[in-house]
Design a protein around this ligand. Structure first.
Ligand code: NAD
Length: 256
């Protein structure tokens, strides 16, 4: 497929992570890929590996999605790449960077609350604000925000109150922005995965994984490819009539 647009993916430097699978899938579908991650060195490496594997333009940089100056620096760097003709115009943004916290409510403190809200919710706000303008200008864009089933069913094993609240904020953010820019050619949607087999599940054990799988009607956790397939669909030209939608990817563990 001809590369005509750039997809920006945050949180895609983690090995076995969802972001990396999404970036790889975008590149396989012909998008040029930009990876923005706290781990800038790895972001550039992963972007180069993926770009070269699929023959598309690529760029990776350090960004702390929770920090406005850092996001602005990334915006400027990406704009310079586009200006120089090394990247095509920005056409998609996958807000995937996130952290979780398994700390029980009364053991949390304000610093933990602020951190989890900052990376997940404020990060989605800042990165979207930075990269929405060129999509509006082009009259085409696909924004896909990473929420979680945790937001819908009251937390989970690895994500408790601050995580669930932050991921719920992303659902409201998605719908309100989708409504505000509904007729612009830019769509804003979200996904709510259940358990996905990645390194975010710190401290897990085979016994715990077996218990989690037993609770899922499909009988197992999701692969990262099963999540990236939905990002690819929501970012496709054909998904033009999905606006403010959330797609559950939970193996039947939460039907509503
Ligand atoms: P992961 O820990 O493998 O990846 C998270 C990535 O985000 C890492 O590359 C990390 O460096 C990056 N990151 C963290 N803080 C950042 C910051 N401040 N700025 C920029 N980058 C930052 O985890 P994952 O499982 O691939 O999770 C990806 C996303 O999917 C997260 O938002 C997570 O909450 C969400 N999610 C995961 C699951 C699951 O079961 N794994 C389920 C539902 C939702």
């Amino acid at each position: 497929m001809t590369t005509t647009r750039t997809a920006i993916v945050t949180g895609a430097a983690s090995d076995r992570g969802i972001g990396m699978a999404v970036a790889d899938r975008y590149a396989a579908d012909g998008w040029a890929v930009v990876i923005l991650d706290l781990d800038g060195e790895r972001a550039a490496q992963v972007a180069a590996e993926i770009g070269e594997r699929h023959g598309v333009a690529h760029f990776g940089a350090t960004v702390n999605v929770a920090d406005e100056a850092s996001v602005e620096a990334a915006r400027v760097a990406v704009a310079a790449e586009v200006e120089a003709g090394r990247l095509p115009v920005v056409g998609a943004l996958a807000n995937i960077a996130g952290i979780t916290s398994p700390v029980p409510f009364l053991e949390t403190d304000l610093a933990l609350w602020n951190k989890v809200m900052a990376v997940n919710a404020t990060g989605t706000y800042l990165v979207t604000k930075a990269f929405l303008p060129p999509m509006l200008e082009a009259g085409f864009g696909r924004i896909v925000n990473m929420s979680s089933v945790s937001a819908q069913r009251g937390g989970g094993v690895f994500g408790k109150v601050p995580y669930s609240a932050a991921k719920a904020a992303i659902l409201g953010f998605t719908k309100a922005l989708a409504r505000e820019i509904a007729d612009s050619g830019v769509t804003v949607n979200s996904v709510t995965p259940g358990a996905v087999d990645t390194n975010i599940r710190v401290g897990t054990t085979p016994e715990l994984e077996a218990r989690i799988a037993a609770d899922i009607p499909i009988g197992r956790t999701a692969s990262t490819d099963e999540i990236s397939a939905v990002f690819a669909f929501l970012s496709s030209e054909g998904a033009s009539y999905l606006q403010g939608t959330n797609i559950d990817i939970n193996g039947g563990s939460h039907m509503h």
